[in-house]
Design a protein around this ligand. Structure first.
Ligand code: DAH
Length: 374
């Protein structure tokens, strides 16, 4: 038997006898590591004569291969044994309660928009929409806001740059210079032009203004209302707003105060206040603002649609008239559900969403009281 055969037999015996993976690794280092015995033999090849190398080279290589195979086989066998052992001894307790799967929640703004759609659907209003990237003709001009109107100023409005002549032409086709709409009122004109009269619509959606503090965010939500028919007057406006606010806040004692105001797109214009009391530092709507311990809070803008707006909407103002209103959806949500920082609405903090969000099963319905149940 050559030296190599003895070496191989010895090594294989020790590998077969290794007790565990650690011992096996020690053997691997001993034979095949940088300083290992087989590695040492391989190094001697360099010092041999050509003939000797031709004879011994393949033997040493064969030895190395054989030992490395033996190590791999033993390792696989140990691992298989360990797995078999675990499978035989470990059990899974299927009666343990499973961890709860995380569920999302409905954002208060979405919830409130659904509540409003439900209330107004009951009054015969359908939902209309318009683009958030709007032309200045729809956003301003058609609403009787002339070029010099302060709301058109750069510091209030996010305008898009007109890059070149082709862009400017395209802008013009879409209703002038492009901007992020500053209110939902352009949907009034778009809907009149698209559908004619009579009309009863609400238009909820995102609006944008260059404004930011605890009660203002650059993006917020409004809902617009528009009724166009032949004999509409301020009484219809007042009744509609009262009915909507009583249903929304789920209180019969909501009291409104209508104050003369000015909006370019309504004539006359009416600012609507609602009475409230401070209870434990929170505003609770209900009762007259003139009652003891109560005050008035400005809630929304409204009025009879200006004749010019009706004409720009493609209708004859001698035949058709109507009322409109606009109100902040985020503001309504804050008042009803008691949040006090508007910025938190749009931070996307899951802790806030878990606290103020609603179950997707909480569909608002009038019959059960439109508000979500806790
Ligand atoms: N567009 C107004 C705003 O954003 C709100 C508003 C006021 C809308 C009076 C109306 C209205 O439809 O009649 O401040």
């Amino acid at each position: 038997m050559s030296d190599y055969t003895t070496l191989e037999a010895d090594a294989r015996e020790r590998i077969a006898g290794a007790a565990d993976l650690m011992a096996l690794e020690t053997l691997r280092v001993e034979f095949l590591g940088k300083q290992g015995s087989i590695s040492g033999l391989l190094k001697t090849l360099g010092t041999m004569s050509g003939d000797e190398r031709l004879e011994k080279g393949p033997k040493i290589q064969g030895l190395r291969q054989s030992i490395s195979d033996a190590l791999a086989e033993r390792k696989a066998a140990m691992e298989a044994a360990a797995l078999a052992e675990r499978l035989a001894t470990e059990t899974i307790d299927l009666t343990l309660p499973a961890p709860e799967a995380p569920t999302g929640s409905v954002h208060p703004v979405s919830q409130v928009m659904d509540e409003l759609a439900e209330i107004f659907a009951d009054l015969g209003f359908s939902v209309a929409t318009g683009p958030e990237i709007e032309g200045d003709w729809y956003n301003f001009t058609a609403l009787n806001m002339p070029e010099s109107h302060p709301a058109r100023a750069m510091h209030d409005t996010f305008y898009f740059p007109a890059h070149d002549a082709a862009q400017a032409d395209q802008d013009h086709a879409q209703g002038g210079r492009m901007l992020l709409r500053t209110h939902t009122s352009p949907v009034q004109v778009r809907t009149m032009l698209a559908e004619g009269a009579p009309l009863r619509i609400i238009a909820p959606g995102r609006v944008y203004r260059s404004d930011s503090d605890a009660t203002h965010t650059p993006m917020f939500h409004q809902i617009e209302g528009l009724v166009i028919d032949r004999d509409i007057h301020l009484g219809h406006l007042k009744w509609t707003l009262e009915t909507f606010l009583k249903a929304f806040f789920e209180r019969e004692d909501i009291v409104l105060r209508l104050r003369p105001s000015y909006f370019p797109f309504t004539e006359p214009s009416v600012e609507v206040d609602v009475g409230f009391a401070l209870v434990d530092g929170k505003r609770v709507l209900g009762g007259s603002g003139d009652a003891p311990g109560h005050a008035w809070m400005e809630l929304l803008g409204s009025g009879m649609v200006n004749r010019k707006v009706i004409a720009l909407g493609g209708l004859d103002p001698d035949v058709w008239q109507g009322f409109a209103f606009g109100v902040g959806v985020d503001r309504l949500a804050m008042l009803k559900y008691g949040m006090d920082d508007l910025r938190a609405f749009f931070d996307g903090d899951v802790r806030w969403l878990r606290h103020y969000g609603f179950s997707f099963l909480d569909q608002p319905t009038l019959s059960a009281g439109v508000g979500a149940r806790a």
